[in-house]
Design a protein. Structure first.
Length: 216
C-alpha cells in the first residue's frame, strides 16, 4: 500500500515538476492551465493524468494531433518508480531524492539549477542526518571533483550534489552510485542521435542511477 501511495505521489510530483520547469523556459505570459505547446489549446483534466494519459492519447494532442514530447512521460515513469522505492527510505534519502528530482528537472531543460534550491534541500538533508555525516568522504569527493570542474568535464552543480551525497551516505555508496551513473551516461551518449558533443545533463542520469541503486 505504501509503495502504491509512493508511486502515485512520485508520478504526480514528476508531472508537476517537469511541467513547471518547462514553463519556466518559455517566453511570454503563460496560461494558468496546462496547454498544448503546438495548438496552445487547454488540456482537459482527464487528458492530464500522469503516465496514463500519454498512453491513452497515443502520444498525441487530442485536439491538433501534434506529437507530445515523450520526455515528460519518461519523467512520470521515473517518478512512479522512484516514489515507490523511496517511500520506505529514511527522511534524509527521501529529501535527497526530492532535491535531486528538482535539480535534475532544471538541468534537463536549462543545463543549470538555482543554487537556492540546492542549499535549501542540502540544509534539510543535513538536519535529518546530522548525527551520522561522513565528513572525510565528502572532503575527498569534493577534492577529486576540483580538476574535472575546472576543465569543464563536470558541471560545478554536479560536483555540489555528489559532495552532498558523500556527506550523507559515505564513500562506498557514492562510488557505486557514480559507477552506475557513468554506465548509464555512456549508454545514453552512444544511443542519442544528433550532435554527440552536446553536453549530457548529468543530474537526470544521477537520479535514474539513484533509482537503480535503491532497487538492488
Ligand atoms: Zn494541440
Amino acid at each position: 500500500m505504501m509503495m502504491i501511495f509512493g508511486g502515485l505521489t512520485g508520478a504526480c510530483w514528476a508531472s508537476f515538476l517537469l511541467c513547471q520547469t518547462w514553463r519556466s523556459t518559455q517566453n511570454g505570459p503563460q496560461p494558468a492551465r496546462s496547454y498544448c505547446p503546438a495548438c496552445r489549446g487547454p488540456i482537459a483534466g482527464y487528458d492530464n493524468i500522469p503516465v496514463l494519459s500519454f498512453l491513452i492519447l497515443r502520444g498525441r494532442c487530442r485536439q491538433c494531433r501534434a506529437a507530445i514530447d515523450p520526455l515528460g512521460w519518461y519523467g512520470e515513469i521515473a517518478g512512479l518508480v522512484d516514489g515507490s522505492l523511496v517511500i520506505r527510505q529514511p527522511p534524509s534519502v527521501i529529501t535527497f531524492a526530492v532535491l535531486l528530482s528538482i535539480l535534475a528537472a532544471s538541468d534537463l531543460y536549462r543545463y543549470s539549477f538555482t543554487d537556492g534550491w540546492f542549499w535549501l534541500g542540502a540544509a534539510v538533508c543535513l538536519v535529518c542526518d546530522w548525527r551520522s555525516l561522513h565528513w572525510l568522504p565528502a572532503l575527498l569527493v569534493f577534492g577529486a571533483g576540483i580538476l574535472p570542474v575546472r576543465h569543464h568535464q563536470l558541471g560545478d552543480g554536479d560536483s555540489e550534489v555528489i559532495t552532498l551525497a558523500a556527506l550523507l551516505f559515505g564513500l562506498i555508496s557514492v562510488l557505486v552510485w557514480l559507477l552506475i551513473a557513468s554506465g548509464l551516461g555512456i549508454v545514453l551518449i552512444l544511443m542519442r542521435r544528433g550532435d554527440r558533443r552536446q553536453p549530457l545533463p548529468f543530474l537526470p542520469v544521477l537520479l535514474v542511477a539513484l533509482l537503480v541503486l535503491l532497487s538492488i
